[in-house]
Design a protein around this ligand. Sequence first.
Ligand code: ARG
Length: 600
Amino acid sequence: MSEQVQSLADEVEAAVSAAMGTVLPAELATEDPLVRRSDHADFQSNAALPLAKRLGRKPRDLATELRDQLAAVPWMTSVEVSGPGFLNISLSDAAILGRLALRLDNPRLGVPATQTAETAVIDYSAPNVAKEMHVGHLRSTLIGDALARVLSFLGATVVRQNHVGDWGTQFGMLIQYILEHPERHWRGAELDEGEKAAGGAVSALDELYRTARVEFDADPAFKERAQRRVVALQSGDEETVAAWQEIVTESEKAFQQIYARLGVLLTLEDVKGESFYNPWLKDVVVELRDKGILEESQGAQVVFFDDIRGPDDTPVPMLVQKRDGGFGYAATDLATIRYSIQELNGTRLLYAVDARQAQHFDMIFRTARRAGWLTDAIEAVHVKNGTINGPDGRPFKTRAGGTIRLADLLDDALRQARQVIAEREAEQPRNHDLTPGELEEIARVASIGAVKYAELSTSRVKDYAFDVKRMVSFSGQTGVYLQYTHTRIASILRKASETTELPAEFHATLPLEPAEHALALLLDEFSATLNAVATTLEPHRLASYLYELAKAFTTFYESCPVLKADTAEIQANRLALCRLTRATLAQGLDLLGIAAPERM
Ligand code: ARG
């Protein structure tokens, strides 16, 4: 069983490169052969145009010479010069089938492990303690998780980091308020049923936090007590630390519940919250000071950058240590990057965080570079995401103007999915043999898949509208459509296996129908798609690919009968195409963290 399967595009590239080696002077022979998929043939090479220009020759002449070389390649059925000097290349059905046979035979579908040299430290999700996880954290959570899955499938060592916001002056305020108002309970056991249903302890904490904030702003005496409480927390005062720990534990429990519901990989072991980095903050400051990177500005320790300036052209510094000695968000992230490099040996540091923090990460990366922690051998990337808007395209708020709780959104998606499925069953019973419990499970899987696919099919830097009705639709580019396509193939294969032995291989001598040919070429693009995700850190490339694949399958299935194919050989090839499509869809969905159900 071959471990890795070269894709056809790679083979075409290699063939064009070889032809270039024969007809071009040595210094140009190693240029990019510029091979792409083509609308007019299977592939095209655009290489002749820029190369001819550099040689002062006519592009069509050069393309013709390349074509003459490629004419000898047995697995190409036609190579033609077109337009100003493109090469249109089509492949033999046998070559395509041969490639698919290798993929079908391989548990990884022949996808090469291209990232084995990489240790990717992925910082994602990072909700804040004592606050509800809200829709703002959904993007980072899902994007980070998809990247963790894809990179690890491609062989990278992946270290997940959940940089929970569990530290800072706000905890002094919250703890002080709680200690002063023991009657305002928030602990799970003391909540009544209504409060528990509303999200339990964390939503009670969220509420308390807001009340505390009001008092903090209004009452200078409370403000002072709250500030003393911060000092008590930082110096390890027993009562204060115990209260803090209780709040943190309760919040983390709630986060884990959401992760379990979403099917996100993050566990308690992945939590490396802000407090985790406390012991290193002083060190980081000392090191930066010794290296001459810190400057004093109005009593605070800051870093300046020549080209980061405010509106009035005054330099904007990064605040590392406050005048009162306190450390902030920047100091902690300097510690995260140093830790990721020096302790975790990360070669690729990915921070999946809201795009609004772009300047923060720019400053962190530049400082880490100046400090010599971040070298050219290490890549640090702020994997930015845009915001989620409401269905009307405006900022997403509750009617009362509050932030939307993630748990409520998921509930809403579940209700919608139940309704869509019930309506379909009423129209035409497809799952009459399933129990209500099984139907509920289908709705659950569909609703989570819908939310995840809607997120991951959007370019991550763009904003998008959270429109649950559209997300759970069986048609259009939705998770439900992809899951449904998977169930259709599963059902074809189930039926076929009742009467025939499922084929283990392709009959490579049979000609392919156009829809089969198109589906087959797309199946061969899976590994290139994953590599593109790994390079660009854009999961939507995989999401779009899977949609194209599902559409190509639908076209194939409409024009090429499988169960009623004319001959046993044709049927065998079509069943093999079904099997590979199903495996590719299931694997691809899994890499997006989306379930591929058998029934729907
Ligand atoms: N807790 C922060 C927030 O809610 C996000 C933290 C992102 N990660 C980091 N290393 N800064 O905005």
